[in-house]
Design a protein around this ligand. Structure first.
Ligand code: URA
Length: 288
């Protein structure tokens, strides 16, 4: 990231939280809703969609304040237990969410804010920014990783080989591409189709968060690990949580394999179909 430019409110908040962490005041902002870098709890992995697994609540941070020493004559069993004082909890994810949220936001405004973006190194080799396209009122949003060669040329998400497979997946659900919204975590093509770096994801994902906040779909399907990791704020491998419903800012989110992975591993299509059937059930879609 360009260090000479002014820090965004989010960056300022992150620096502030890091500062508190350095002072060992982490308990002030224990995250009770998102996974952070923690491992996803097994319970969440095993829960059914109806139970809408959320990330495991962290233990309420508390400090035990030692009482003043009692006179020696008091037998130990009569001593009162140390009072436990709960510190106020500030949830960092909700702070970030508040900062990511823009009043009266719209897809047009997000696109305008993105402009001819040069915020990260991905702009250097890109041809076109791939913002995302589809129904702005979609009940279902697919989130991929980042544009590939064809997307970079056309400025449209999922229009190459993987995109054709995604179209088939959408049609198998009884929908068309115009019914759904399709976008990516990063809006510029990573060179050689490499995975976007952590700082590139961090720079670009606030635009994705805003897109999702504006569209307010009923369900989000993450295509591949990068999208799921960016939205669920985890580093866990997708194989650990694929096909499980999670809560993303009040919206149901499920991760499945990326269509590009399916092109290399067609046997995994059966798993993806199971996942898509869960999405159909969630949205009340009937198999045709
Ligand atoms: N792969 C992605 O993740 N996104 C696209 O838009 C195309 C391929």
């Amino acid at each position: 990231m360009d260090s000479s430019r002014t820090q965004t409110p989010r960056e300022k908040l992150e620096a502030w939280l890091r500062y508190y962490d350095d002072l060992n005041l982490g308990a002030f902002y224990t995250d009770r809703r998102t996974m952070g870098n923690r491992q996803i709890h097994r319970a969440a992995l095993n829960a059914t969609p109806a139970e809408l697994p959320r990330v495991p609540p962290a233990v309420l941070p508390a400090i035990a304040v030692a009482p003043p020493p009692l006179p020696k004559a008091v037998p130990p069993k009569l001593q009162t237990p140390a009072p436990v004082i709960a510190l106020p909890v500030v949830n960092p994810s909700s702070l970030f969410e508040a900062i990511d949220r823009v009043e009266n936001d719209s897809l047009e405004r997000i696109r305008e804010d993105l402009g001819e973006c040069t915020r990260c190194r991905l702009h250097k080799q890109r041809n076109k920014i791939v913002f995302g396209q589809g129904n702005p009122h979609a009940e279902l949003v697919f989130v991929g990783e980042g544009p590939g060669h064809d997307e970079d040329i056309q400025g449209l998400a999922f229009v190459g080989r993987a995109g054709k497979l995604l179209t088939q997946m959408i049609e198998a659900m009884g929908l068309t591409r115009d019914d759904v919204y399709i976008c990516n975590v990063v809006k510029c093509r990573p060179p050689e189709n490499r995975k976007p770096e952590e700082d590139e994801v961090a720079t670009c994902s606030p635009y994705l968060f805003r897109q999702l906040d504006v569209i307010k779909p009923k369900a989000i399907v993450c295509l591949g690990g990068t999208a799921a990791q960016a939205l669920l704020k985890t580093k866990d491998s997708i194989s650990r949580f694929r096909g499980t419903w999670f809560d993303y800012r009040g919206t149901k989110l499920l991760a499945t394999y990326h269509p590009a992975y399916l092109l290399r591993n067609p046997a995994a299509k059966a798993d993806v179909w199971q996942d898509l059937k869960k999405v159909m059930a969630q949205l009340g879609l009937k198999k045709k």
